[in-house]
Design a protein around this ligand. Structure first.
Ligand code: IPM
Ligand code: MN
Length: 377
C-alpha cells in the first residue's frame, strides 16, 4: 500500500452521476473520520456533457489515472445529443472503453433486497418478495458477446440497406467469467435462500445460438472443477419468469454480456429498483465500481435521485480492495458501510421519490453519514 492510501480515481460523469458521487464522497469521508484515511480520491471530469463543451470525452490525465489507480469509481455517462462522430455515445470511453481497456471481464451485480426497501410493480408499492428470499449475484460477461465491436452498416447511395451486430464468444472470455462465478459461489458459501445450496446458474439461449452452446459447454467444463457447487441451467427467456416468481432459487448466476445487461435490470426490480443496483466491473488487475442506473437526464439537477446504488458500489469497492490487498481495515470499513446502509434502509428514514418518499439525494447522504458516525467504533 502506498503511503497516502489507496488511490481511487473518481469520474462523476453526466447528469445524476455527479449528484450521487457527491454523496458517495460524503459517505467515504464519514468512514475515514478519526484516523488516517485508508484511501484518497481524485476526481476527473469527463463524459457526454464534457464532450459537448470541449469536443473531448476526457483528458489524457484522466485516462492515465484510470490505469494507475487502485480502483475506479464511476458515476454515470451519457447525455441527450452527445454522440461521437461514429455514432457511439460520448462518454463511452469511461464505461465500455474502460471495461475493454482495463480488461474488466466480470461485471458482478448483487441483487439483494434489504429489509425496509419497498418495490414497485404496476404503480403500487408492495411487499411481494421478502428480503430473505432475494440475495443473488449476477455475473455478466463484460468484454465480448454482442458488445464486441464487430458491427457495421452497408450503405448504398446514402441509404442503409443492412445493419449487422456480430456476437463473439471466445473460449478465454467465457471460461474466465464462468470460473469467476464459481469462485464467487464457493467463496460466499451461503448458497441460495431457498435451500442453502451453493449453486451457479448458467443463463443462455443454447437451444438456438451457437455461441450459447459454446458458453454452456465451457460452463460444464469449468463446473467439473467444482463438484461441491450445484449446476443449474436456464434459457434466458424462461429465466426472466423464474427469477421473478422464485428468486430464492438463485445464488450466483452467470450470463453473456447482452443477456446479463438485460436480466440485471429486470432483477433490479426485485431489490427495490435501479436506485439500489450496483455493479462491480472487475478483472485481474483493475476494478471499476458504479451505480447501474445511468445518468437519468430527467432527474438531473433536482437533488432527488436515489444515491444508495452508489453506496452499494462503494461497498463492493472496499471489499474488492480488501480482498486484493488482504487488508483487514478495508473489510472492516466495508462491513461498517453495509451496516449503516442496512440500518438506514430498515428504519425507512431516508426514502427518495422512487421509494415513495420525499427525501433528497443529499439528505440521504447526510443520514447515512450520521449513522456511520453514530455507530460505536
Ligand atoms: C450498463 C449500461 C451500459 C451497458 C451502457 C451505459 C452502455 O446499460 O452498465 O448496464 O450497456 O453495459
Ligand atoms: Mn444496462
Amino acid at each position: 500500500m502506498k503511503e497516502a492510501g489507496y488511490a481511487i480515481a473518481v469520474y462523476p460523469g453526466d447528469g445524476t452521476g455527479p449528484e450521487v458521487v457527491r454523496e458517495g464522497e460524503k459517505v467515504l469521508a464519514a468512514l475515514a473520520e478519526g484516523g488516517p484515511a485508508p484511501w484518497h480520491l481524485t476526481t476527473y471530469p469527463g463524459g457526454g456533457q464534457y464532450f459537448l463543451r470541449t469536443g473531448r470525452e476526457w483528458e489524457p490525465e484522466a485516462e492515465a489515472a484510470a490505469e494507475s489507480a487502485d480502483a475506479v469509481l464511476l458515476g454515470a455517462v451519457g447525455w441527450p445529443g452527445a454522440f461521437l462522430p461514429n455514432g457511439d455515445i460520448a462518454g463511452r470511453a469511461l464505461v465500455l472503453g474502460l471495461r475493454e481497456r482495463l480488461d474488466l471481464f466480470a461485471n458482478v451485480r448483487p441483487c439483494k433486497l434489504y429489509p425496509g426497501v419497498l418495490h414497485r410493480i404496476s404503480g403500487h408499492y408492495r411487499e411481494v418478495w421478502s428480503p430473505q428470499n432475494v440475495d443473488m449475484l449476477i455475473v455478466r460477461e463484460n468484454t465480448e458477446g454482442l458488445y464486441t465491436p464487430v458491427r457495421g452498416r452497408l450503405t448504398r447511395a446514402g441509404q442503409t440497406e443492412v445493419a449487422v451486430d456480430s456476437r463473439v464468444i471466445t473460449r478465454k472470455g467465457a471460461e474466465r467469467v464462468i470460473r469467476y462465478a464459481f469462485e464467487l459461489a464457493r467463496h460466499r458459501g451461503r448458497g441460495a435462500p431457498e435451500d442453502g445450496a451453493v449453486r451457479v446458474t448458467c443463463v443462455d439461449k443454447s437451444n438456438v445460438l451457437e455461441g450459447c452452446r459454446f458458453f454452456r459447454e465451457t460452463y460444464d467444463r469449468v463446473a467439473a472443477e467444482y463438484p461441491e457447487v450445484e449446476r443449474d441451467y436456464a434459457y434466458v427467456d424462461a429465466f426472466t419468469q423464474w427469477v421473478v416468481r422464485n428468486p430464492e432459487h438463485y445464488d450466483v448466476v452467470v450470463a453473456t454480456n447482452m443477456m446479463g445487461d438485460i436480466i440485471t435490470d429486470l432483477a433490479a426490480v426485485l431489490q427495490g429498483g435501479m436506485g439500489f443496483a450496483a455493479g462491480a466491473n472487475v478483472g485481474t488487475d483493475h476494478g471499476m465500481f458504479e451505480p447501474v442506473h445511468g445518468s437519468a437526464p430527467k432527474h438531473a439537477g433536482k437533488n432527488e435521485i436515489n444515491p444508495f446504488a452508489t453506496f452499494f458500489a462503494e461497498h463492493e469497492m472496499l471489499r474488492w480492495l480488501g480482498e486484493r490487498h488482504r487488508d483487514e481495515r478495508l473489510f472492516a470499513q466495508a462491513a461498517r458501510l453495509e451496516r449503516a446502509l442496512a440500518a438506514t434502509l430498515a428504519d425507512g428514514s431516508a426514502r427518495t421519490y422512487d421509494q415513495g418518499g420525499d427525501c433528497s439525494t443529499s439528505a440521504v447522504g447526510d443520514r447515512v453519514a450520521d449513522v456511520i458516525r453514530s455507530e460505536r467504533r
